[in-house]
Design a protein around this ligand. Structure first.
Ligand SMILES: Cc1cc2nc3c(=O)[nH]c(=O)nc-3n(C[C@H](O)[C@H](O)[C@H](O)COP(=O)(O)OP(=O)(O)OC[C@H]3O[C@@H](n4cnc5c(N)ncnc54)[C@H](O)[C@@H]3O)c2cc1C
Length: 514
């Protein structure tokens, strides 16, 4: 059984490729294969050739309508191309997600802006667009943004600071979110299209990040940046709606990146394990290693099916299902991180050596669990939606549409009696929802053509069993007091006895900075 699943991995990849826009897919793969992404990582900038390659293939307008110069691809095909790109380089795929899924749809949805056609044409040909939401005081909960947009009749004045904005300094356009004020404010938030060269808009910092080194991340300072009112993208509605729908699409994009990176890591590790000998056997013949590969391949199968289900729901409903998009992003990013870690381990010293691609995948995978909503934020939100009477029906409907109403009922039953406002309970409820949705997707049968769907469903059942073994007990006040006392004692000891330079000036600067 195990070796059957292992051998299916290669076949499954071929099958998927055959279903994609085949010419575009294979010529993109050929072109990406020519580029040296390890050097780009060291240089902390992707090569100009990558930009022209992506532009030549039309990848800066993946789902954009043809009238704007886009490829108008169905979401599933766009997702496949993003996964394929991520299997070469997560930074390159991130460029596609920021531009295509986060920024561009906000511009496309605003036909009223001056020369929208021209802006869209330029963007689909490669004028990069960045998405500026995060601020020092507003990250995992962006509703606390402080950047202000003072709305005059004919212009908007923006002030504030945005951090970790991917592509910002290379971008032609910045889609910026700010808190609206002044006599012409229509909602609480606005979404404004800002020219990167606008007077008063300064790039003040380039962040040195653990991974995702092929693209730039900047701090942006908006110092009374004046933009004509016509460039307010969210003219008639609250800009929060634009941000939320972009982030939902972005989560599906991040899940696609996780899938591509995870596939490449398994491929590299499997090739090593097939050749490396452990004693008399090849590594792949060791039963422990074989089972590890089985589980990695099954995780990939689940993520692929979840993405397929998300895309199908979007075609049916016209917009991403926020709950399924969050669950898919959580599973893909968490499992990509887990698989990347296991593959580094399987390669031993070579896994830690930057000359093999898994070290870079390991570093790159780490961001997937943080941006577009950290795992805990999304789980907590899913858990709250499951438990709250106001939103419970939305989750129930989603399970129902996947033919899994009993899974939902069982989760509600299991959670009854727990404190619905406790942080640990919410995360637990979020995991129950996420794994429950994965179980429903795999059981539905239609989202996975794979012969290993049943084994993948078993994997989810065992993940659920492990989760339940760690179910939060009814919160005990004494336990929390004790936990806090243990930490405080440690910090007091550390302040006087730990001599390593943990609290360097740089570290303190970062804490103050945030
Ligand atoms: C490389 C990189 C690129 C980025 N690109 C962009 C971009 O292009 N545009 C943009 O706008 N932003 C971008 N970001 C910002 C990113 O989206 C934020 O870092 C992210 O939303 C988290 O915000 P924060 O860092 O302020 O974390 P915080 O809000 O300080 O959260 C810290 C941690 O708290 C935990 N946490 C949060 N909520 C809960 C909860 N309910 N329960 C328990 N624990 C919880 C999570 O573990 C979380 O990681 C980027 C960030 C990085 C590092």
């Amino acid at each position: 059984m195990n070796s059957q699943i292992y051998s299916l991995f290669g076949e499954a990849q071929e099958r998927t490729a055959a279903g994609r826009a085949p010419t575009l897919y294979s010529s993109l793969i050929d072109d990406l294969g020519q580029l040296n992404f390890a050097d780009a990582d060291d240089r902390r900038a992707f090569p100009p050739t990558l930009h022209s390659t992506l532009a030549r293939h039309g990848l800066f307008g993946l789902t954009t309508p043809a009238e704007h110069g886009g490829l108008a691809l169905p979401l599933q095909e766009a997702i496949d191309l993003i996964s394929a790109t991520a299997s070469f380089d997560v930074s390159a795929a991130s460029t596609l997600v920021i531009h295509n899924f986060l920024a561009l749809p906000c511009i496309e949805a605003a036909p009223h802006i001056p020369e929208q056609r021209h802006v869209m044409r330029g963007a689909t040909r490669g004028d990069l667009c960045a998405f500026a939401l995060t601020e020092p005081g507003a990250g995992s909960d962006p509703r606390h943004i402080q950047a202000s947009a003072f709305m005059h009749e004919d212009r908007v004045r923006i002030s504030g600071r945005k951090i970790w904005i991917g592509l910002a300094d290379w971008a032609r356009w910045i889609v910026c979110f700010a808190r609206a004020s002044g006599p012409y404010a229509k909602g609480r938030f606005v979404c404004v299209l800002v020219d990167r060269q606008a007077p008063g808009l300064k790039v003040t910092h380039e962040h040195r990040t653990l991974g995702l080194r092929g693209i730039i991340q900047n701090t942006l300072e908006f110092q009374d940046v004046e933009v004509p009112s016509a460039y307010v993208l969210s003219r008639d509605q609250d800009g929060w709606g634009a941000a939320a729908s972009s982030m939902n699409r972005g989560r599906i994009g991040v899940a696609a990146m996780g899938l591509g990176a995870l596939e490449r890591a398994i491929q590299v590790a499997a090739s090593y394990a097939s050749h490396r000998r452990l004693g008399k056997l090849r590594m792949i013949e060791n039963s422990y290693v074989e089972q590890l590969f089985e589980r990695m391949v099954l995780r990939r199968e689940v993520v692929k099916a979840m993405l397929g289900a998300s895309c199908r729901l979007i075609s049916a409903q016209g917009a991403p299902n926020v709950h399924l998009a969050s669950a898919t992003k959580v599973l893909s990013s968490e499992w990509c991180g887990l698989v990347a870690d296991q593959c580094v381990q399987l390669l031993g010293g070579r896994g830690y050596d930057e000359r093999t691609p898994v070290a870079k995948i390991y570093r790159d995978a780490r961001i997937l669990r943080i941006f577009e909503g950290p795992t805990e934020t999304l789980l907590s939100h899913l858990g709250r939606c499951l438990l709250s009477r106001a939103t419970r029906d939305e989750i129930a409907d989603l399970f129902l549409s996947l033919g899994a109403a009993p899974v939902h009922a069982a989760a509600i039953e299991e959670l009854s009696g727990l404190n619905e406002t406790d942080g640990a309970v919410l995360i637990y409820a979020g995991w129950l929802t996420t794994l429950g949705l994965a179980q429903a997707v795999m059981s539905a049968g239609c989202f996975s053509a794979s012969d290993c769907a049943a084994a993948a469903a078993d994997l989810i059942s065992s993940e659920l069993a492990t989760l339940r073994s760690r179910a939060p007990a009814r919160p005990s006040f004494e336990r929390r007091i004790n936990a806090s006392r243990i930490l405080n004692t440690f910090l007091q000891d550390a302040a006087s006895s730990i001599r390593s330079p943990v609290l360097t000036d740089d570290y303190l600067k970062l804490a103050q900075y945030v």
